[in-house]
Design a protein around this ligand. Structure first.
Ligand SMILES: Cc1ncc(COP(=O)(O)O)c(C=O)c1O
Length: 394
């Protein structure tokens, strides 16, 4: 059976290759230190797990979720209340909040909901892969805007040709940014609105890492920018803020018409989120938030250890202001290698896994990403292994 042509356009999923290499290294007895996937190693806070266990016992929760159900309404209200508390943004919980089975699901379906075969989606590159792969699966046209260290990994809208802007229906942005760890300020959002206004483009901002911020930086919400709701939406998730990646719960807020169309698409494809998970999400959003402070402390320690350690062994690397990713150029002496070749070599020779930058799009070439999902002792071990690996090459 031949897969659909749309699927043939998808880039090679580099993480499958890395997984295979990891398996082979482990079979050879190598102690692999894994900075690959952005899946937090820490447990979900206990009060959230307890709520899930309690809610899973209730028969009513075993049925299909429905938008007008009690827990569904309470969850939308709680998300709106969180936006008010955190960003001073008022949202209509019934029209401007849509829960998702993880934000990845909503990001993917946004392209399905809006893109025709002659519609362009503009995606900065490198990016979180679903931002561009969702476009290809939907059969739309992908237009990459390179983002570079020189410009703080922010897109330069003046480089987008007028013909592209005319055909564009979607623009994805995401700060704090995966994979680069870059951040933005309100001015950037204002510039984005200025550029998008009158162009009939949906601006989708992905705020996944808003809680993982360092050194006093505060991540703004796109919804705080004046006019953003005319054509803007914002994805968010409980995955990273509460170590709930496996639970599959996120949400999108913003323009009511866009959310309505996305909701319509979803209603043909899914039945919402397990109600016990929604109850647990309520416990997370309405409950004590000190778990987030603890998590940020932990990532700060790991970030400092890894980045200071890499610099100390001669691998020049900058500290990100947010996210749990460290994005760094492959060392100069390996510059003849692609990011995938370098990542493969480091795994084979040092037993340390990083993600090749090209896993995040063509403009990730020359870089690798460390995810800070290993404890301090393992980071120390990795630094020793990397030092031996780097010193071995003359
Ligand atoms: C930028 C970004 N958006 C979305 C997601 C997906 O998150 P979720 O678990 O809510 O699907 C991730 C996960 O790594 C991410 O990095």
């Amino acid at each position: 059976m031949q897969e659909a042509n749309r699927l043939k356009r998808l880039p090679l999923y580099l993480f499958t290759i890395i997984d295979e290499l990891k398996k082979r290294a482990r079979e050879r007895g190598i102690d692999v230190v894994d900075f690959g996937m952005g899946s937090p190693d820490q447990p979900t806070p206990k009060h959230i797990i307890d709520k899930l266990c309690e809610s899973a016992q209730i028969t009513e929760n075993h049925r299909y979720s429905r938008a007008d159900g009690d827990v569904e309404k309470r969850l939308r209200r709680s998300i709106a209340a969180m936006y008010k508390r955190k960003f001073n943004v008022e949202l209509d919980p019934d029209k401007e909040v849509l829960p998702l089975i993880g934000s990845k699901e909503g990001i993917g379906h946004l392209s399905t909901a809006f893109l025709n075969s002659d519609d362009i989606a503009i995606v900065p590159s490198p990016a979180y892969p679903t931002h561009f792969n969702g476009v290809l699966i939907a059969g739309g046209i992908l237009y990459n805007v390179p983002i570079t260290a020189e410009k703080g990994f922010l897109p330069d809208y003046s480089t987008i040709p007028t013909e592209v802007a005319k055909m564009a229906k979607l623009l994805f942005i995401s700060y704090p940014h995966n994979p680069t760890g870059a951040v933005c300020d309100m001015k950037f959002f204002e510039k984005t609105i200025e550029w998008a206004r009158g162009k009939n483009i949906i601006v989708a901002h992905d705020l996944t890492y808003s809680d993982i911020v360092f050194d006093g930086y505060k991540a703004p919400s796109f919804m705080q920018a004046k006019g953003s709701r005319e054509f803007g939406i914002e994805f968010h998730t409980l995955s990273k803020s509460y170590n709930m990646t496996g639970w599959r719960i996120g949400y999108v807020v913003g323009n009511a018409d866009i959310l309505k169309t996305l909701g319509k698409t979803k209603s043909y494809l899914d039945f919402g989120i397990f109600r016990a998970v929604q109850e647990a999400a309520l416990a997370a959003l309405d409950g004590p938030q000190d778990c987030i402070d603890k998590m940020v402390k932990l990532y700060t320690e790991r970030r400092n250890l890894l980045v200071d350690g890499l610099n100390a062994i001669g691998w020049k690397t900058e500290k990100p202001k947010a996210t749990f990713y460290v994005w760094t150029r492959i060392p100069a002496k390996y510059s003849a290698l692609t990011a995938l070749e370098f990542a493969t070599l480091m795994l084979d020779e040092a037993g340390v896994v990083v993600s090749p930058g090209t896993g995040f799009g063509e403009y990730g070439e020359g870089y690798v990403r460390f995810a800070l999902v290993e404890p301090v002792e393992r980071i120390q071990l990795a630094l020793k292994k990397i030092k031996v690996f780097l010193d071995a090459k003359t």
